[in-house]
Design a protein around this ligand. Structure first.
Ligand code: NAD
Length: 466
């Protein structure tokens, strides 16, 4: 329709698709075009076969697609660019594989830059566009975009306004977070163009309660990396304390309660775990380290590097703990409960459990892997991505959501992902399927009801940090 404001999204992954679906569902007057270079990804969205599991997303997909009818998914990137008034750039920015940095890893901007080049090729220069960096990018990217566009376009300022709008969606909670964001941050210039872009973007949202923060572009680019570093730092600090709690008879929950009740610290994000995973934390910390490193700021680079080392140490500690308890790998079956990097998502990217699975498989245990949402294909793909070669191995079994298969003949259940259902299972029944001299349960998310589960007759119920 003439006059309809069109929002394009480049990238139909977690960020691009979920933010677009919610926007389309909430704003029937907008038109949303989501494009991606991957035909398979687009086919899935068009056919309503979601490429990943995200709670409540179906409902909003249905509103956008069947009620508002204001969203399209396409591989025609050029057309999406041409038509849009505002373009969300939501492509992946992974760590560079061949980065020559010592401590950090530069963000690989290949996909992002390809998207910008596409914009300079297809962008109708008559139509002013707002380009929104939604991907997490290194500081200074907004300037680089300008020069990339400059290759093709004489006067970029006249056609494009570039803003940074970091995404805070948390997988598993993405829908709720997007419906009720804590704040929406827009990094832009302080001139009239910047002010105008800020108002236009604000107008895309129906949330009247929401705090809109207008920052300088480098501030928001930097703060996005920093926030992920801070979040990782909080959970890693707790993880470092789990050993001491176990050793000295403390409880990580009590430490958490006391720490979290200090108003200077606050209660959120203090949950102990087998190590953080997910596609963002490690990559953004590596990117931050790289920036410090390339600025010659060694102490800062080492400071953030220590966080990654500590995260690895937690994974090693947990693996060793299991191995030391079962000295006869060949005759022992172990069950991993959970492979997703956290609950309520099928995302396995950089899940800490991959390390543990690999260690156990290579040690010779018979390993059974259960997860309610992860597919066998994702399991294999993730093991490969993390460099764990299990191709030749025959001593493991991916059991999907089949509990009976996963626990039968097993000497231990090892909970690595905090799915609610693992705390609600009928362990009285499951334990009858298990086998071995002892039957243990390990809760590496430290959230199960130990007394309840102990009643089923486990030899030992271990809760991380207790
Ligand atoms: P993703 O891998 O799920 O999706 C990226 C998509 O972009 C892929 O489908 C890919 O095919 C597509 N793509 C790549 N190059 C393209 C191009 N030139 N044109 C069109 N499509 C292209 O990644 P994601 O998890 O959605 O993350 C995207 C960005 O958002 C990253 O920078 C990430 O750091 C950031 N981010 C992610 C999250 C999260 O929870 N996943 C949260 C905040 C920020």
């Amino acid at each position: 329709e003439e006059g309809t404001f069109i929002v394009g999204s480049i990238g139909a992954g977690y960020v691009g698709a979920i933010t677009s679906i919610i926007l389309a569902a909430r704003q029937p007057n907008l038109k949303i075009i989501v494009c991606d270079v991957m035909q398979e990804q687009i086919n899935k969205w068009n056919e309503g076969r979601f490429p990943f599991y995200e709670p409540d997303l179906e409902k909003y997909y249905d509103i956008a697609v069947n009620v508002n009818k204001n969203i399209t998914f396409t591989v025609d990137v050029g057309n999406c660019i041409d038509q849009s008034d505002a373009l969300f750039i939501c492509v992946n920015t992974p760590p560079k594989v061949d980065s020559d940095a010592v401590l950090g890893k530069e963000a690989d901007m290949t996909y992002f830059d390809a998207a910008i080049r596409n914009i300079s090729n297809y962008g109708n220069p008559e139509k002013h566009k707002i380009l929104i960096e939604k991907s997490t990018v290194p500081v200074g990217t907004y300037k680089r975009i300008n020069s990339l566009l400059g290759e093709k376009i004489q006067n970029p300022e006249a056609c494009f306004t570039i803003v940074n709008m970091p995404e805070f969606l948390a997988e598993g909670l993405a829908v709720q977070r997007l419906l009720n964001p804590d704040r929406i941050v827009i990094g832009t210039t302080e001139d009239l163009n910047g002010q105008e872009a800020f108002e236009v973007i604000k107008g895309l949202y129906t949330n009247t309660e929401t705090l809109f923060l207008k920052l300088r572009t480098p501030s928001s680019e930097l703060a996005k990396l920093f926030i992920n570093g801070m979040l990782a730092q909080r959970v890693t600090s707790m993880n470092s304390m789990t050993y001491l709690c176990e050793k000295f008879g403390g409880s990580i929950q009590e430490v958490q309660r006391m720490t979290g009740s200090d108003p200077r610290i606050g209660p959120l994000w203090l949950q102990a775990s087998p190590g953080f995973g997910g596609s963002c934390f490690e990559k953004d910390i590596l990117s931050l380290i790289y920036i410090f490193e390339s600025e010659g700021q060694q102490a800062q680079a080492l400071y953030w590097k220590a966080l990654l080392n500590m995260n690895d140490a937690q994974k090693h500690r947990i693996l060793d703990m299991i191995i030391s308890e079962f000295p006869e790998p060949e005759s022992t079956t172990l069950t991993l409960f959970g492979f997703a990097f956290k609950k309520n998502t099928s995302d396995t990217r950089l899940t800490a459990i991959a390390y543990i699975a690999n260690g156990l498989i290579h040690k010779g245990y018979h390993v059974k892997i259960h997860d309610p949402k992860v597919t066998e294909r994702s399991f294999h793909f993730e093991m490969e991505v993390q460099g764990f070669n299990i191709v030749e191995k025959t001593n493991y079994e991916f059991c999907g959501s089949d509990y009976r298969k996963a626990v039968s003949g097993s000497s231990a259940i090892i909970i690595g992902t905090e799915w609610d259902e693992y705390n609600e299972l009928n362990y009285n029944e499951l334990i009858t399927l298990m086998d071995g001299d002892k039957k243990n349960l390990y809760d590496f998310r430290s959230y199960v009801d130990v007394q309840q589960i102990q009643q089923a007759g486990f030899s030992k119920v271990f809760k991380l940090g207790n």
